[in-house]
Ligand binder design. Sequence first.
Ligand SMILES: Nc1nc2c(ncn2[C@@H]2O[C@H](COP(=O)(O)OP(=O)(O)OP(=O)(O)O)[C@@H](O)[C@H]2O)c(=O)[nH]1
Length: 296
Amino acid sequence: MGSKYGTIVMGPAGAGKTTFCSALIQHLRNNKRSCFYINLDPAAEDFAYEPDVDIKELISLEDVMEELHLGPNGGLIYCFEFLLENLDFITDPLENVTEEYLIIIDMPGQIELYTHVPIVPNLIKALTRGSLNVSMCAAYLLESNFIIDRAKFFSGTLSAMSAMLMMEIPHVNILSKMDLVKGQVARKELKRFIDPDTSLLQDAPESGLVYEYKEGVDNGENDKADSVVTGESFARLNRAVGQLIDDFSLVSFLKLDVQDEDSIGAVLSYIDDAIQFHEAQEPNEPMDDMNEPEMG
Ligand SMILES: Nc1nc2c(ncn2[C@@H]2O[C@H](COP(=O)(O)OP(=O)(O)OP(=O)(O)O)[C@@H](O)[C@H]2O)c(=O)[nH]1
């Protein structure tokens, strides 16, 4: 059995994951490459391309919520725990996928799956270290209009970093929906987000990553600016968080506009390169630590 290659598409809700998967599939088709599309978002409904494997065929989020009286997030976690107990649902169809294919996995946006409980890391281990030995790259999407709110952008960057550290596979960060900021942000300014320049946080203290709220102030979204205290201790805390991002200078973003075929091609070649580079670096380890206790 030859090698297998795949990308797992992650990022917050609404970042454009499913749209990116469709654009990527179209691009692969245009270039006579094959793909195997797996949808693991039980809430996703409209697909430009029908998935080859769809978690909805295994378990219904609606049924789980109704029968177990769970909310959407608890229901989603249940669905993934069920998937991990029934991994054959994904691994069996992948057995015959050859190296000509790019396996594309479309994920839900809920951050709980990546951080609070190590569900996605365990899923990735099963795909990369088991007999399947899929060489994978994570594609983490953050939507570009986050740059309008610097605090939101940097907290998104921290989530991207956290996913990168948890997954332990090659990782590509992508700023999606670039069409929405085109012409609105100067090129030079945009560069400071592409390679995150943490001094952006200090340039606009009202956009600090860490806020202290005044007592008795309504902390609703609209009143955020009024309720921020920009004291030196908070400036220091912001600098410290900024330094943390700086220290991981690996975080930088590729620009994606799904209408622009060249940007899709550029993202794909980064994914291809990241997979190839990783493959050349270290052979996949056997799946020996799947049942080790994980961080809680
Ligand atoms: N302008 C613009 N809109 C986009 C782009 N990509 C996605 N969208 C829109 O953004 C919304 C969310 O896109 P999805 O692809 O469903 O995002 P998702 O990350 O899969 O969403 P969840 O599955 O809910 O987490 C949809 O209305 C898309 O049409 C883009 O490149 N440009």
